[in-house]
Design a protein around this ligand. Sequence first.
Ligand code: PLP
Length: 400
Amino acid sequence: PFVPAARVRRIRESPSSAAAARVRELVAAGITVIDLTVGEPDFDTPRNVKDAAIAAIEAGETKYTPVNGTPELRAAIRERMLRATGVEYQDSQITVGGGGKQVIYLAFTASLDPGDEVIIPAPYWVSYPDMVLANDGTPVIVTTTAADRYKLTPQQLTDAITDRTRWLVLNAPSNPTGVTYSRDELLALAAVLAAHPHVRVLTDEIYDEITFGDAGSVGLAAAAPSIRDRVLTVNGVSKSYAMTGWRLGYAVGDPAVVRAINLLQSQTSSCPSSITQAAATAALTGDQSFIDETVAVYRARRDRALAGFAGIEGLVPIEPDGAFYLFVDCRGLLGRTTPAGATLETDLDVTLYLLDEAHVAVIQGSAYGLDGFFRLSYATSTETIDAGIQAVRSAVARLR
Ligand code: PLP
């Protein structure tokens, strides 16, 4: 029999993929499911982006490109980073890959030796700990609290750092909470890192265009120039331009880290799809009104979902500053009894109850490293959001 390698035996399937599979099963069985699990924009890719891809195909831009992307794509990334964050990067500081996900994975492959530690504040995007484990590292999970709006504090960071710490992972706007860090909060974390020059920061800013407040999302490299040399900033076109299926992400930072990632990339994928690179170049350099239009829609949906779920007894959603998720504290439902006589003991029990009783699909908080919560996505129509609120409210009302 086939025995997977130890690195594979250490990890699990992405819980979001698992939830999506469960929803497909129910749908195949003829049940209408209100799917609030989806982690991608429900908008179509903008016309100018599709046109650029078609033009690239017609022009024969269908061959291998440099490992670090076409010169046009690198220029587009440089301009975008300057425009959005005010930070100037050189070509030697840019790596591109098949999604932000692949770039983050290779950053760990490029840097971790067995026993190296990576600090990951919880709740976290589901993939970080498994990516660290798959690359022989040790995830060091730091649980954040409601009092700190589920953000890492300087004291928590200080306490978590050891001689073996290689990376701190930050993600803002956050998946699953949607919270962002202010400039002052980032500066306070940078002050801690100033005393620990062996620690680098991987900051995942893939949702930075999708924010609802006036302050937007502050990039770490821009906010904290004193540690900029140690900051690897990850971004991509998936979320901002509704391009999840095109697979293009990038990272900018220390040329030495970038070189190591590019070396791995040269022996794994060679380069991202040339057609996707042409499309991403158009996305980053073309008319940006798509972002404003879609963010306005996300904001309206956020307001609706936040008010709706906050109005359900036993549920306390966290107010998101960005992204398109609502992370809901459901500890108020634990200990309650379902009409069938079962007791809800965990957040997984709650999500299974909502799936079976309300036909609403959400993802349990424990998948994100925080028990007693669930995550829902409002990257879906207002009808679906409203139907979800109503169905959850009535299922909760049936609990004793
Ligand atoms: N980072 C976060 C926080 C995400 O939520 C996602 C996608 O769900 C990614 C990175 C990866 O996006 P992609 O690989 O499509 O660029």
